[in-house]
Design a protein around this ligand. Structure first.
Ligand code: GLV
Ligand code: MG
Length: 341
């Protein structure tokens, strides 16, 4: 299940002996949420070419859009919604935060003028379930007024310490909840971390190997650590508990494609289904990273085939495989199948 709210039983263990998960559900890949500024005409003009290249296109109304351009951004989002055929691509918008003077206008325009095209409303700086309840009630009123048949889904950004502390309650606050993204830039500021970047690591955050007892003067190896490991892992656990989808957020150093790929891969391996792309070069990175490696898919298939009914234990290439490793392999196979559908 990618790109939409999984059924409640999705993350539960498979029944003993079930060779494959038996679920017929629509597949909507969500490997990248591609941001564009709808206040900029040049970017709006590129939208028809971008739509077929991305899983999710997001009209950003919040940070990154100057206060003087908020009305233009909202109007651009509505224009994009009304003028384009999104095909299989999802269309989302990020509204301004609930304590801003723009949020109510954003939500009203999104539902009344763009509601037919929109799939998900991304809500920034969510701090607790009360924020989701507020959005939920407003959406219900506006959807009734607009006569929308399908309820809009809600995606929250985790970007304050209080939001992280309340992550489980946020995930479970409404059946509209589709997923969460980590917002490393705002979260770093709110936590008073001493970084000045939009996502990614820091050369000062490292571990150093012990001195060599035989050669104390020898250079000691250093290894940079992932600043976001704890928060991503916490977010993934909360999302899985509530059957919604976890995403890594932005990586601001557009030129450092290697570090972007590394950050995305850490998130993928920890359970995230996608990340934000802020520039076309990051679309391809996300597509590669959040699609299972063909070698992993081939290996997973071998394990599943060798394990028969999926119970017991076998040795394959000198490694022990059992019920639990077969379940991991099925996760990889299921993702590969959904992305190729
Ligand atoms: C995203 O909004 C962030 O603050 O990282
Ligand atoms: Mg932010």
């Amino acid at each position: 299940m990618i790109g939409m709210r999984p059924p409640k039983d999705f993350f539960r263990p498979l029944a003993v002996g079930a060779p494959e998960p038996l679920r017929e559900i629509p597949v909507r890949p969500s490997r990248m949420i591609h941001f564009f500024p709808p206040s900029v005409d040049k970017m709006v003009a590129k939208v028809p070419d971008i739509i077929p290249t991305v899983d999710v296109l997001l009209a950003n109304l919040e940070d990154g859009v100057p206060a003087t351009d908020k009305d233009a951004a909202r109007a651009g989002m509505v224009r994009v919604a009304q003028d384009n055929d999104f095909g299989e691509t999802q269309f989302w918008t990020r509204i301004n935060s609930l304590d801003s003077p723009w949020c109510l206008d954003d939500l009203t325009a999104a539902v009344l003028e763009a509601g037919e095209a929109l799939d998900v409303i991304m809500v920034p700086k969510v701090e607790g379930p009360e924020d989701i309840h507020y959005v939920d009630r407003l959406l219900a009123q506006l959807e009734a007024k607009a006569g929308l048949d399908t309820p809009l889904q809600v995606h929250a950004i985790l970007e304050t310490a209080r939001g992280v502390a309340n992550v489980e309650e946020i995930c479970g606050a409404s059946p509209r909840m589709q997923g969460l993204s980590l917002g490393p830039a705002d979260l770093a500021a709110n936590r008073r971390m001493k970084t000045t970047r939009v996502g990614g690591g820091h050369p000062g955050y490292l571990v150093r190997s012990d001195p060599d007892a035989d050669n104390p003067e020898a250079a000691r190896a250093t290894f940079q650590q992932d600043l976001w490991h704890y928060t991503i892992a916490r977010m993934v656990d909360a999302c899985v508990t509530h059957g919604i989808l976890p995403f890594y957020g932005p990586f601001g150093d557009i030129k450092d494609t290697q570090a972007c790929e590394d950050q995305f891969r850490n998130a993928y391996l920890l359970g995230c289904v996608g990340a934000w792309s802020l520039h076309p070069v990051q679309i391809g990175i996300a597509k590669t990273v959040f699609s299972p490696d063909p070698a992993d898919v081939a290996h997973a298939k071998r394990v599943v085939d060798a394990m028969g009914d999926g119970t017991g234990a076998i040795m394959l290439d000198g490694k022990m495989e059992d019920d639990a490793s077969v379940k991991q392999c099925r996760v990889v196979l299921e993702l590969a199948r959904e992305l190729s559908a």
